[in-house]
Write a protein that binds this ligand. Structure first.
Ligand SMILES: Nc1ncnc2c1ncn2[C@@H]1O[C@H](COP(=O)(O)OP(=O)(O)OP(=O)(O)O)[C@@H](O)[C@H]1O
Ligand SMILES: [Mg+2]
Length: 283
């Protein structure tokens, strides 16, 4: 069953010559229960994509359907409600509030949705923290935790409202390999219980936890493929396949008399301006 659909979705930032096409006519269909790894070089558009999926930033253009509802028509307050009910988000920088204890940080989303007494809140948070292997840390502040513990607290905060989808932007970005593995085991555990997961990562080793990989380059989806159980992708093969695609496209354009031969990687200012015009004109 389809959870999220993006059709012809583009994202742009900035103005004039400084305009960046962060996402360029993306089509995606995310099904309930999937575990998707979004990969691609720095600046490829991973965070921009995750922010759209997480209802944080609306796309500049295109159709975005979440739970069969068209997002572009929604009011800010309705979007906030959907976010609160259905989306757990782990930011690229963990975003825990430094002046709140781990208990208050993790239970923050609950304050907006349910009216729980202090003891009940402590009990729920304690149970979740202990599941994530960081029990007895609830009364500490973020600066008193290690990087791996903070990241697990950020995941706890994203899971506390029992979301429909967990979106995590490089959840293991600053962690050593054993902490990365711990975090990924946790994500795999909740995915097995039915939670849909989308993560952005630079680490090919982590794709063995996912069942699908989406590889972005210059804001375009260049690879979208299912993975076998425990399959770790070979980045070299992906780069070769993309190079071949670009070469074929260039040859085709040249033989059609298009001297510009612009591959996605080599967008000229003219091509970029035309794209931006198209995105801005066709909301
Ligand atoms: N708020 C913004 N204002 C201007 N440009 C932006 C903004 N957000 C993103 N961009 C630009 O959009 C492009 C895609 O950025 P994005 O953060 O999505 O990349 P990324 O794939 O997540 O990179 P990384 O792996 O480094 O996190 C980049 O060129 C970036 O500079
Ligand atoms: Mg990013």
């Amino acid at each position: 069953m389809s959870l999220i659909k993006l059709e012809n979705v583009s994202q742009i930032f900035g103005f004039g010559d400084a305009t960046t096409v962060a996402l360029d006519q993306i089509d995606l269909d995310i099904k309930k229960g999937e575990f998707i790894a979004v990969m691609g070089p720095s600046g490829a558009g991973k965070t921009s994509l995750l922010n759209i999926l997480g209802l944080i930033t609306p796309p500049a253009k295109g159709l975005h359907t979440f739970l069969d509802q068209e997002m572009m028509r929604m009011s800010q307050s309705h979007l906030a409600k959907l976010r609160q009910q259905h989306i757990g988000f782990v930011f690229q920088k963990h975003n825990l509030l430094p002046n709140l204890t781990i208990l208050d940080n993790v239970s923050l989303p609950l304050l907006y949705s349910v009216n729980l007494g202090f003891l009940k809140r402590v009990e729920i948070v304690k149970r979740l923290l202990s599941r994530l292997g960081i029990h007895k840390k609830e009364f500490l502040y973020p600066y008193q935790l290690s990087g791996g513990q903070i990241q697990r607290a950020a995941i706890a905060r994203a899971l506390i409202s029992q979301p429909t989808i967990l979106i995590a932007d490089e959840p293991t970005g600053n962690l050593d390999s054993s902490n990365s593995q711990l975090v990924m085991d946790i994500l795999q555990g909740v995915n097995k219980e039915g939670l849909t997961i989308v993560i952005a990562t630079h680490e090919p080793a982590l794709t063995k936890y996912a069942d699908r990989i989406i590889y972005l380059k210059d804001g375009c989806v260049r690879v979208d493929q299912k993975l076998r159980k425990n399959q770790q992708i070979d980045l070299g093969k992906i780069h070769d396949a993309i190079k071949k695609q670009d070469m074929r496209r260039k040859n085709k354009q040249e033989s059609a008399g298009d001297k510009e031969g612009a591959s996605p990687a080599a967008k000229t200012a003219k091509v970029r301006k035309a794209k931006v015009r198209k995105i801005r004109n066709k909301k």
